[in-house]
Design a binder for this molecule. Structure first.
Ligand SMILES: Nc1ncnc2c1ncn2[C@@H]1O[C@H](COP(=O)(O)OP(=O)(O)O)[C@@H](O)[C@H]1O
Ligand SMILES: [Mg+2]
Length: 201
């Protein structure tokens, strides 16, 4: 017998700790039950207009292939295996190959804009918005982008204040109203993840 999969959305601004929280939730739910799908996999190939100086707007909803993401979620709830695209953050291109992704019992979807999208919201059993101060998010993102994504500090700073922040204010922060749970610090995050665990297990 197959069970209908449950889908948990984890959203919040860049650097709010979504990916970290998603991995923590996956651990407490058990790796055998639970997989993570990232909005970051659905970036549209930027090879034609990327200038290498952080001027492409990666934080605007138009940068993301949300129709494909919705189609993939729809297939997963029908218990179908999907093929997820692979996005390369160094070259800003989509690779030719895909990853085969079998439907888990519980799916965590991680992304800054997932709650802003009307076509995605109906798929979520529960959702969490991590609401962390801009200054803290900027510091965390700077460290991560330089250390893990090969970016220059100046480019990261310019991108944050010219593109990330305006898109955050326009699209990300307002989507908080759609969240089942809002976490504002480590303690409320832990509480919310515990409540989500009780909802899905
Ligand atoms: N609760 C936390 N407290 C302190 N640092 C954190 C916390 N959550 C994440 N980080 C750090 O902040 C950076 C960004 O976290 P990440 O999970 O990648 O954020 P997001 O996916 O929301 O952009 C990472 O370097 C991570 O280790
Ligand atoms: Mg992340």
């Amino acid at each position: 017998m197959t069970h209908k999969i449950k889908i948990i959305a984890i959203s919040g601004g860049s650097g709010s700790g979504k990916t970290t929280a998603a991995h923590y939730l996956q651990q407490i739910l058990g790796n055998e039950n639970c997989k993570i799908l990232s909005q970051d996999s659905y970036y549209i190939d930027q090879s034609l207009n990327f200038k290498g100086d952080g001027t492409v707007n990666f934080d605007h909803p138009n940068a993301i292939d949300f129709p494909l993401m919705a189609e993939n979620l729809s297939d997963l709830i029908k218990n179908k295996t999907i093929q997820i695209p692979i996005y390369d953050f160094i070259t800003h291109t989509r690779k030719n190959e895909n990853i085969l992704f079998h439907p888990p019992k519980i799916l965590i979807v991680d992304g800054i804009l997932i709650l802003s999208q009307e076509i995605l919201r109906p798929f979520f059993t529960a959702s969490l918005f991590i609401d962390i101060a801009e200054e803290t998010r900027f510091k965390r993102r700077l460290k991560r982008d330089v250390e893990e994504r090969g970016r220059q500090p100046e480019g990261v700073k310019k991108q944050f204040y010219s593109l990330v922040k305006p898109m955050h204010d326009a699209f990300v922060q307002p989507s908080k109203e759609y969240a089942t749970f809002v976490a504002t610090d480590d303690s409320s995050l832990k509480d919310a993840l515990e409540k989500i665990k009780n909802l899905v297990i």
